[in-house]
Design a binder for this molecule. Structure first.
Ligand code: NAP
Length: 501
C-alpha cells in the first residue's frame, strides 16, 4: 500500500524541526487504538496519537470505581479482529478490559505512536497550507489528517448544587474515584442511579456505615446473570476453530434482535423485555411500597437499561435509605433532599454521568472558517455518518454524533467508522487528493433522515443523556447496526468536496 508523498507542509515541518505526521489522532481509548491498528494494517505508519494521560484506555482507564465492569458481554465488547479466549467472566471487569486494550496496543505496535502526557489544547485548519495545526501542552504539532477519538463519556458531570463548595467532607465523582478515601464506617450520600452507581453501590454498601441514595428517576433493571468462565470454556474458545466467533455472533444477534422494540416498531417485544424487568423487580423486592418507588414510569430503553442482580438486594439492606428525588442543598456536614429532610453525611459520591455534548474538546477544534465545533453545533451535534463534519476538511471523528447504541456494543460502530476512515485515507493516497470535506447538502440530508427516524423511538419518552434539553437526539443510531455497517462500508468521493494535491 503506497502512502502519499510528503506534502510541502510536511517537508517544511521536517526542515524546521516542527513535528508533522500524516495522521494525528487525539485520544488513546478503544476507538483511537482501533484506528491506529487499522492504519498500520493498511500500511500507514506516519501517525501519532496525542494522549493527555500517562496511560491508554480512555473511559476504561478513568473509571476505577469498585465493581466497574462491562455491561456488554466481553466476547462482544472486544475487537472483532482480536478476540480474547481468556475472558475471566461473561462481563469482564475494568482491570481485565484495560489489560486487554494494552495487550492489543502492544501486539500491533501502537505504543510507540502514542505521545503520553500531552494534551491537545487547540487544533485548527490552516486553509493556506491545507494542514491541521495543533497546539499541545508540549508545543506545536501539525498533520494532514486529524482524527478525534476523544469519546463521549470523558468529562464528569457534577451538578451545581447550592452549598456544594462548603461541604466539609470528601466528595468525588464515580469516574474520578478517590481510592485514598477509606469508606469504612462512613455515612455516604450517593447521587444518581445510572449504570455507574448500579455497579458501585452494591460494592460499597457492605463497608459503609450508612448509605443515602438519591434516586431522581428509577432505572429499569434486567437480570445480569454474570458468572466466571470455566477452564473448559476457555479451552474451547482457545482451541475449537470458530467457537468464539460463534459465541460472539450469537450475543450480537441477541442484542441486535431488540432493535425494533427500541425503535418503536415492535410493542410486543418491548412489552416482553419490560415484563422480564418487572418480574426481576417483583422477585427481588418483596416490599410493595419500596417496589412502587423503584418502578420506572417510562418505557424500558428510554434511558440506558441496567443489568444487575445485586442492585435491588443492596437497596434493601438496613444501612441503606433510598431518597426519591434529587439533591436540593449541601451543607457543611449534611445533604438536604427535595422534601427538605437533612441527612448527615461524611462523603458524597456523584454517579451523575458525563458532560456529553458540551465537552471542552469540541471548543478546541476549529474548522475552515475559524469557528469551533462547539460553535458550529450550537448544542446539537451533527455529522455525516457520525464521522465527517462539513466545514472541517480532512477531519474524522470516532464515536461521533448518532453512533451510540442503547442495545448493542458501541465497538461494532467504532470498527465500522474506523474502516470507513481508512478507506477514505487510502482513497486520498490512491487518487492524489489533498483534501476531502463532506458536502453540506449530504450531511444535511443525512441528519434530516436520522431525526425523522427517531420519531416514535423509545428514547423520545423521557429525558436522558441521549437527548438535548430540547428533545433532539444527537446520540443514538436509529437503526440496525447492519445498516450502519452497510452505509459505511465504502467511502464515497461523491459525498465530499475534493481538492487535488
Ligand atoms: P448516567 O447514566 O448519566 O446517570 C446519571 C445519574 O445521575 C442518573 O440517575 C441521573 O438521574 C442522576 N443525576 C444527574 N444529575 C442529578 C442531580 N442533579 N440530582 C440527582 N440525580 C442526578 O451516568 P452513568 O451512570 O455514569 O452512566 C453513563 C453512561 O456510561 C451509561 O449510560 C453507559 O453508557 C456508560 N457506562 C457503561 C458501563 C458499562 O458497564 N459498560 C458502566 C457504567 C457506565 P436522572 O435519570 O433523573 O437524570
Amino acid at each position: 500500500m503506497s502512502v502519499a508523498t510528503a506534502s510541502p507542509a510536511a517537508e517544511e515541518a521536517r526542515e524546521s524541526g516542527r513535528r508533522h505526521v500524516r495522521v494525528g489522532i487525539v485520544g488513546a481509548g478503544f476507538s483511537g487504538i482501533c484506528m491506529a491498528i487499522r492504519l498500520k494494517q493498511a500500511g500507514i505508519h506516519d501517525f501519532a496519537i496525542i494522549e493527555r494521560a500517562d496511560e491508554l484506555g480512555g473511559t476504561w482507564r478513568d473509571n476505577t470505581y469498585p465493581g466497574c465492569s462491562c455491561d456488554v458481554p466481553s466476547h462482544l465488547y472486544s475487537y472483532s479482529f482480536e478476540r480474547n479466549p481468556e475472558w475471566g467472566s461473561f462481563f469482564a471487569t475494568q482491570p481485565e478490559i484495560l489489560g486487554y486494550l494494552r495487550r492489543c496496543a502492544e501486539k500491533y505496535g501502537v505504543m510507540e505512536h502514542i505521545r503520553f502526557g500531552e494534551e491537545m489544547l487547540d487544533s485548527s485548519w490552516d486553509a493556506g497550507e491545507r494542514i491541521w495545526r495543533g497546539v499541545t501542552t508540549k508545543g506545536e504539532f501539525t498533520c494532514d489528517i486529524a482524527i478525534s477519538a476523544v469519546g463521549g463519556l470523558t468529562e464528569p458531570f457534577i451538578p451545581d448544587v447550592p452549598g456544594l463548595e462548603r461541604f466539609a467532607g470528601a466528595k468525588f465523582h464515580s469516574a474520578r474515584w478517590d481510592h485514598g478515601h477509606d469508606l469504612r464506617g462512613k455515612r455516604v450520600a450517593v447521587i444518581g442511579t445510572g449504570a455507574s452507581a448500579a455497579q458501585f453501590v452494591p460494592e460499597i454498601q457492605p463497608v459503609v456505615d450508612r448509605l443515602t441514595l438519591f434516586q431522581r428517576t428509577p432505572p429499569w433493571i434486567l437480570p445480569r446473570r454474570n458468572r466466571r468462565s470455566t477452564g473448559i470454556e476457555r479451552a474451547i474458545m482457545r482451541r475449537v476453530p470458530g467457537a468464539q466467533r460463534l459465541v460472539r455472533s450469537g450475543i450480537f444477534a441477541f442484542f441486535e434482535g431488540g432493535t425494533p422494540a427500541f425503535l418503536g416498531k415492535s410493542a410486543p417485544l418491548l412489552d416482553a423485555i419490560e415484563g422480564t424487568a418487572r418480574r426481576h423487580l417483583r422477585k427481588q423486592v418483596p416490599d410493595r411500597e419500596l417496589r412502587r418507588r423503584l418502578r420506572p414510569d417510562y418505557r424500558i430503553g428510554c434511558k440506558r437499561v441496567i443489568l444487575a442482580d445485586d442492585w435491588y438486594p443492596a437497596l434493601q439492606q438496613p444501612n441503606v435509605e433510598v431518597v426519591s428525588g434529587g439533591l436540593a442543598e449541601v451543607r457543611g456536614r449534611s445533604v438536604v433532599d427535595e422534601a427538605g429532610t437533612e441527612h448527615d453525611v461524611d462523603t458524597i459520591i456523584f454517579g451523575t454521568g458525563f458532560q456529553i455534548w458540551d465537552q471542552p474538546n469540541m471548543g478546541r477544534l476549529r474548522g475552515r472558517d475559524g469557528r469551533s465545533m462547539a460553535d458550529v453545533w450550537q448544542g446539537f451535534p451533527q455529522a455525516y455518518l457520525g464521522t465527517a463534519v462539513a466545514g472541517f476538511p480532512n477531519m474524522f471523528m470516532l464515536v461521533g454524533p448518532n453512533t451510540g447504541q442503547g442495545n448493542n456494543s458501541v465497538l461494532n460502530m467504532v470498527e465500522a467508522q474506523v474502516d470507513y476512515v481508512v478507506d477514505a485515507i487510502t482513497a486520498m493516497d490512491r487518487e492524489g487528493l489533498r483534501t476531502v470535506e463532506v458536502r453540506d447538502d449530504v450531511q444535511e440530508r443525512f441528519n434530516r433522515e436520522l431525526q425523522s427516524r427517531h420519531r416514535g423511538a423509545v428514547w423520545e419518552g423521557c429525558q436522558s443523556w441521549y437527548l438535548t434539553p430540547d428533545g433532539r437526539n444527537p446520540t443514538i443510531w436509529p437503526g440496525w447496526t447492519y445498516e450502519y455497517w452497510w452505509r459505511t462500508r465504502k467511502w464515497k468521493p461523491a459525498d465530499y468536496h475534493l481538492t487535488l494535491a
